[in-house]
Design a protein around this ligand. Structure first.
Ligand SMILES: [Zn+2]
Ligand SMILES: [Zn+2]
Length: 448
């Protein structure tokens, strides 16, 4: 089988997908994709191709200003009827309130959903489309995140950041005439969301060895390819030259396809995303606004690169790891989770007790044996997957994006709490889980 990174976009999204020797079938529900100048004008053609008649269109005030005057004339010229709904709020949180508003305003005469926006709008529309059983399309307004083509939404449910798996849009129109106008911070965010992939791929392979989690080299290869595409174009990002923005958009969409193929967020998201998720949860709890996802993730990526630089210099010790486990006090852990997560803590504590058992000494022993028995292999993975930290830091500096927690008003304490809490928010094996297993998490230095 040809490797995914050698395929064209059309081949990647072909009907029927691909059977892979990882044992999974890789396919995407994406059927129509246009990237480039004037792509929004292809909306009537995309709809005709898929047999859609009347879209329920969702935007917010910003995305309406950015793209509606490119979408509306195309619909008018083709005589397509639609229902337009503008989500209120600034910022809009992707939570029960937003999805509830969409469901309550959805017009059942519409046979498809069209998201006009980027992260939040697209994520909410995926949930809506899934709930009302309609296919979804998107006209992107910013190259700010990699969720356009993914089959999941990053949402807030019961005040906890969760990934909801639904379906990827069947139409994506990435119009560089719109994307080039995106605010500077959104361009940074797209780059930050992609730099994360270095950490995500490294962690995915580590987890595959330590926990036996599913891993697919072909999907990882596709993600590495989309990452290369973006890092190559990144130095010209701020020129907003349409070819560069198109390359960035293509990389972000490829990344989403890789996620759809894997059916899990693993190839796209690791500990760097958990810094972001936890910062966001803290801000929500305090009623404060949050920074853009990709910008937080970029800052998290820099933190992770430094963590790995330190970790690679460590010689793991069975004695240290076993002593830390022997000293582990479930009551103290629970108190700490309550302090870090506040109202969201109970769900996590219950999940650990009944489902995850990550703190169980026998499970720790199994993981530790795998880590110590494969340490050279783990080091080789870090060597292969991680870029030179200095190179990434200078790229971030060159485009002028925030790099340190303090640059986005995150305190040392919140950053430390995000680091500590990350391993308890899901049963996902992260770099922080590895450090906990080695008995190093509590005192491991962070280069904030
Ligand atoms: Zn595979
Ligand atoms: Zn992301």
């Amino acid at each position: 089988m040809q490797s995914f990174q050698e395929m064209t976009l059309e081949e990647l999204i072909r009907e029927g997908g691909y059977d892979c020797d990882c044992g999974r079938h890789h396919g995407t529900g994406l059927k129509y994709l246009k990237i480039g100048r004037g792509a929004a004008g292809f909306l009537p053609e995309a709809m005709a191709t898929l047999g859609f008649k009347k879209p329920f269109i969702v935007c917010d005030a910003h995305t309406k200003a950015a793209a509606w005057e490119r979408v509306r004339p195309a619909l008018a010229a083709a005589g397509i009827e639609y229902v337009l709904y503008t989500l209120e709020g600034d910022p809009i949180e992707p939570d029960e309130h937003a999805v509830g508003a969409l469901c309550m305003n959805f017009d059942p005469r519409c046979d498809c959903v069209l998201a006009v926006g980027s992260g939040v709008i697209n994520d909410c529309c995926k949930v809506l489309a899934h709930a009302v059983g309609r296919p979804q399309m998107v006209v992107g307004t910013a190259p700010s995140m990699d969720g356009y083509a993914s089959n999941s939404s990053s949402m807030i449910r019961n005040r906890v950041k969760v990934t909801l798996y639904n379906a990827c849009p069947c139409v994506i129109l990435a119009d560089t005439d719109i994307l080039c106008q995106a605010p500077e911070r959104m361009l940074w965010a797209g780059l930050g969301d992609m730099l994360a992939k270095y950490i995500a791929l490294c962690e995915w392979r580590i987890s595959n060895i330590v926990t036996g989690e599913y891993y697919c080299e072909r999907v990882a290869g596709l993600m590495r390819h989309s990452l290369d595409k973006i890092v190559t174009a990144a130095p010209r990002l701020m020129t907003r030259d349409p070819d560069t923005i198109a390359a960035i958009a293509e990389g972000l969409i490829l990344s989403g396809i890789a996620m759809s193929f894997a059916q899990v967020s693993r190839p796209a998201s690791g500990l760097e995303h958990y810094f972001s998720h936890l910062w966001e949860m803290f801000a929500m709890d305090r009623g404060l606004p949050t920074e853009l996802h990709g910008i937080q993730v970029g800052v998290g990526t820099r933190l992770c690169l430094h963590i790995y630089d330190r970790l690679r210099a460590v010689t793991p010790s069975r004695a240290v790891a076993e002593q830390a486990m022997a000293d582990f006090d479930p009551a103290r852990w629970e108190a700490e989770i309550r302090r870090i997560f506040g109202k969201a803590a109970q769900t996590l504590i219950d999940s650990e007790r009944t489902l995850w058992h990550q703190n169980d000494p026998a499970n720790h022993q199994l993981r530790l044996n795998r880590i110590l028995g494969h340490w050279d292999e783990l080091l080789a993975i870090m060597e292969a997957e991680l870029p030179d930290t200095g190179r990434i830091v200078s790229l971030m500096r060159q485009v002028g994006m925030p790099m340190r927690p303090a640059d986005i008003a995150e305190s040392e304490q919140d950053t430390r709490d995000a680091f500590t809490g990350s391993r308890s928010i899901r049963d996902k094996y992260l770099t922080s889980s590895l450090l906990w297993d080695l008995g190093l998490l509590d005192t491991f230095p962070l280069d904030t």
